[in-house]
Each structure stands twice: as C-alpha cells, then as structure tokens.
Design a protein around this ligand. Structure first.
Ligand SMILES: [Zn+2]
Ligand SMILES: [Zn+2]
Ligand SMILES: [Zn+2]
Ligand SMILES: [Zn+2]
Ligand SMILES: [Zn+2]
Length: 337
C-alpha cells in the first residue's frame, strides 16, 4: 500500500514559510557573495557536501547535526531531530515546534509563539519539547489542539472507533504479522553474522594450520600433536555443521509460521464484508503514513494514541518506543501496539 502524506493546514503553512525562508536565504547569499567553491564532509556518512547545503545529498542527513550527541556522546540518527539515547534536541537555535530559526536571545518563537526551551506541562510539570506532553499525553501547543481536532474529524478514526472490536482484531493480526516478519529478519541477520564469524575463524585456523605444518616438517615429533589437533578440528567442524543445520531448521520453521499467518490473514481478507475491508484499509493507511518532519508525525500519532497504549514501533528502524516522542525519526510512520 502506498504511503500518504499528512498535511494539516498548519503543516502546509509551516512548510511554505520554511521554503520561503530558504529561498530568501538563497537569493540574498547569491546577491551578496557567490557561494565558495569548497565544501565539507557529511558528519554522518563522510560524503562531500557543497558549502551552504543543509542536507547531505548522499544520506539525507541533517548537516547542522553532529554525528554524536553533544550531551551524551551517543551516535545520532542522520535524519533525527533529537538524540534517541538521552532525548537532547540536536538543532540548537531552531524552534523545537516548527523548525523556524530563532533570533539570538529570543525566549519565544516568532513564528509559532512556543517557548525556546519548551512548554511546561500544567498537569505533570514536565518540560516538554513536544506538542503533546511525552509523560502524560496532555496537548500543550496550539498545534496539538489542532491535531486532536483533526483526529476527531478523521473519518478513518471514526470508522475504527465505531467498530472498535473488529478494528482491534485486525490491528492485532497486522501487528502479529509485522512482529513475525521482524523476528524472521532478525534471525536472518544473526545467522549471517554467525556465518561470517565462523568463516573468519576457519580462515584463521587454516593459516595457523599451515604454519604448524611448516614446523612439522622440521620436527616430526610435532606430527602427533598436529594429528590430535586435526581430529579436534574435525570434531569442531562437525559441531559447527550441526549447529548451522539446527539454526536453518529453526529459521525454516519461523518462515513457515509467518507464511501460515499471512495465508490465514489473506483468507480472512477474502471473506471480509465491506466494513471490515474499509477498517483494514484505514488501519493500514495510519500504519504507513509519512510526514514532512518529525514533529508533524508526533502530533499525528499522539493525537491518535489508543487508550492505555504505551508502545509505539517506528517504521524507520523497527524500534519499540514508549511513544513517538522517544523516536528520533518518527516521520517515516509507525504504529501503536
Ligand atoms: Zn551524508
Ligand atoms: Zn544524547
Ligand atoms: Zn516555532
Ligand atoms: Zn504532562
Ligand atoms: Zn525510532
């Protein structure tokens, strides 16, 4: 299913303003002094980027962001706006709510009016850099209130609310498939890593064996030792083969279970009545949204948090977060679990 772009009137306005600002910047730079021919290396992928660029043409990474968080030293996500480890905001001098550059010393954003440091939640006292309080979920900004209103008027959400039991069943089914897919993918990656490690180990053993063989030509006495080691090597190789076979059988079982799950879902889908089909489409749409920036995504999903849900999986990395406020790149969509 194709992803759809979420744009409230507010969002479009924000993007337009951002673009206008970029164009103005570009024009004034062009008139005053031609851009210098030199560039720099992208802090995220090392690719050459021309001077004045905001994003890396190679990896799409934000060039204003350090490769590691200046607060905690953890590596940053190239397109993230916060550090996923400590939660620090990465764009100093940029409004945390609408991404507008802030004049030096301004306590409030001239574009959206929100505080430079964030908004203190009146309910729980948390200093939030998000439109919804990441601790208690209270809407804090006008953007959040508009997003809630939009969510209440969203026909997909109404349809899901009116058919909550059936929607919950379909959502659980889709989540189970995604979970099994992630599990199978993880297993494949682990096996690949184990295979590479074993290969390396074998190569090293081979080298060592050659060295030992050379020595054995001079010292026949060592021949016995070599034979013993050869026997041990053969035994180890046998163990390794058995282990690989066991892992392959495990993977095949997991893939068969996933295939069965998918077939079952397809079977159910074919038996669907119109309401169930519409529900399925609505749920899939919400899972596969993409957004112009991270805060728009957090607005959208925080406004649609199911009661008591405290787990959100991002599409960007498949990580489980307590909410999109903990994810550095929620703009690629995700799902409440
Ligand atoms: Zn890059
Ligand atoms: Zn950090
Ligand atoms: Zn702002
Ligand atoms: Zn709060
Ligand atoms: Zn994430």
């Amino acid at each position: 299913m194709a992803g759809s772009e979420y744009t409230s009137r507010e969002a479009e306005q924000k993007i337009r303003q951002g673009r206008r600002r970029e164009q103005e910047d570009g024009v004034s730079r062009g008139e005053c002094s031609p851009p210098p021919p030199e560039g720099a290396a992208c802090p995220h992928c090392g690719a050459f980027v021309p001077a004045g660029a905001l994003y890396c043409g190679e990896c799409g990474g934000n060039l204003l962001h350090p490769a590691v968080c200046s607060a905690c030293g953890a590596p940053t996500k190239p397109q993230g706006d916060i550090c996923e480890v400590c939660g620090a905001w990465l764009s100093e001098g940029i409004c945390k709510f609408c991404y507008t550059p802030l004049p030096a010393g301004a306590a409030f954003c001239p574009n959206c009016g929100n505080g430079r440091d964030g908004i203190v939640c009146p309910d729980c006292g948390t200093l939030s850099i998000f439109d919804f309080c990441p601790k208690c979920g209270r809407p804090l900004s006008n953007f959040a209130r508009q997003a809630l209103e939009a969510a209440n008027n969203d026909p997909d959400i109404r349809l899901i609310a009116d058919n909550s039991k059936r929607a919950a069943k379909i959502a659980a089914e889709l989540a189970a498939i995604a979970e099994a897919e992630a599990e199978a993918e993880k297993k494949r990656a682990e096996e690949e890593a184990a295979r590479i490690a074993a290969e390396k180990e074998r190569a090293e053993e081979e080298k060592q064996r050659l060295n030992e063989a050379a020595e054995n030509i001079r010292r026949i006495a060592a021949e016995k030792k070599r034979a013993r080691e050869e026997a041990a090597r053969i035994a180890a190789e046998k163990t390794r083969r058995e282990e690989a076979l066991r892992k392959q059988q495990e993977r095949e079982a997991a893939e068969a279970a996933l295939a069965a799950l998918k077939a079952e879902a397809l079977q159910r889908q074919q038996e669907d009545d119109p309401v169930t089909s519409a529900l399925r489409a609505a749920i899939n749409k919400v899972r596969n949204m993409t957004f112009a920036n991270a805060q728009l995504a957090r607005l959208f999903y925080m406004a649609r948090r199911p009661l008591f849900s405290r787990r959100w999986r991002c599409n960007a990395y498949g990580n489980i977060h307590s909410s999109p406020c903990e994810c550095a790149e929620p703009q690629h969509g995700g799902v409440w679990l």
